[in-house]
Ligand binder design. Sequence first.
Ligand code: IDP
Length: 232
Amino acid sequence: MNTTFKLLISGRILTKSGLVHNFKYSSTAWPFVKDTYINDFKVIDYSKKYDYSKSTHAFHCMVYARMNEQTFTIQRPRGCVLMQMRFDGYLGFPGGLVDPGEDAIHGLNRELEEEMNLDLTKHKVTEKDFIFSQHSSSRNLTLHFYALETTLPELEKIEARVQLAKDYGSEVLGIVRVPLYTMRDGFRGFPAFLTHAFIGSAREQLLHTLQHLKLLTPEEISDALAAKPHKG
Ligand SMILES: O=c1[nH]cnc2c1ncn2[C@@H]1O[C@H](COP(=O)(O)OP(=O)(O)O)[C@@H](O)[C@H]1O
């Protein structure tokens, strides 16, 4: 699929737990990268009138900055992207299930404060940061993904605050930068990072969002997915 098309999404979700999510955005959809990673989350379009009201909804967010700096002599990543090491050893994004009756975006910001100690007076996710949603019927779970852009100096301040987060040391074991480059051996860097264990659809969220934000090209992503493991 090579065509880009426009998604028009508007509506309101009221989940069984009373979660309120008002949708009103239009975003350009993009061709999804082909990945052999197996999970049962399907990308969904809210303009289709499925009944997601009986599903559990979770909201997660990628915090990132664009950059154009040399990190090592030969590497020049175009962005700095944060993920977290969870309590269960999986990599994921900050976020989670929203409390009953809580506004969805409010719930996501609350999770970011609890898990990352994000200073909500400076950085707050809004509907304009929405990227895409997925649904798993077998898990009865709908996942909504957002990307919050900041500057590199601000991102460094965000990282420095994480160890004082309420959930640090329990639910969250650390924040990590994703290596958005591939080293000379063709495997170390991003391809090696992708071999870790990811929770839910976090790996797909990462790949699709990197492509959508043009932090990696589709070719760079395909090459990383095809790279063969290498003795470290
Ligand atoms: O970063 C993520 N990206 C995509 N899916 C995730 C991510 N983190 C968790 N999930 C999925 O969403 C569900 C609920 O999210 P939450 O963060 O509350 O997980 P937890 O209950 O395992 O801590 C999880 O069971 C998992 O399937």
